[in-house]
Design a protein around this ligand. Sequence first.
Ligand code: ITT
Ligand code: MG
Length: 171
Amino acid sequence: MKIAVGSKNAAKIKAAETVLWDIGNQNELFPIDAPSNVSGMPFSDEETMTGAMNRAEFCLTHEDIDIAIGLEGGVTETQHGLFLINYGALAERDKETIVAGGARIKLPEEIAERLRAGEELGPVMEDYSKNKNVRSNEGAIGIFTHGMVNRDEMFMHIMKLLVGQRGDWHK
Ligand SMILES: O=P(O)(O)OP(=O)(O)OP(=O)(O)OC[C@H]1O[C@@H](n2cnc3c(O)ncnc32)[C@H](O)[C@@H]1O
Ligand SMILES: [Mg+2]
């Protein structure tokens, strides 16, 4: 059984690998640079969810892949400000794609304003935190929770929601 994750982002790969290992899957995980086919900075639940599903479904175009994971970050407007959101999808041939949403936090207004003006969260977070490659490491969620929940842990939770809904890893 070959499993792929539709990203080369280290936080996403680590999350997928860790949870697959924990449920007893010792097969190699294949990272694939899968397009999300949504905007670089998704701006709604719908768009972020679609990005995760598109990434997973793209991986299945590789004939040798049996199970594909897509993980996608985005933001959404609420009456109380702009929230950081994340979604995951698990796709298999001839089955309905499984979807799950992750933890969400409100972004500070100075960050929200820059995203509304068209900037992407990755570079904005590097600028704000003076850390490099935030999106592959602690993520915005790690910075704003002071390391209580980093981006890999947040995606691990989404992974658990995906594999838990699928069940039956040994069949
Ligand atoms: O290589 P890929 O898989 O594309 O990983 P990514 O870090 O770009 O992540 P997404 O495309 O899923 O996220 C959409 C955008 O939001 C940014 N982003 C999302 N969550 C973030 C986080 O926690 N920290 C920093 N940037 C984040 C990201 O850099 C993109 O510009
Ligand atoms: Mg991206």
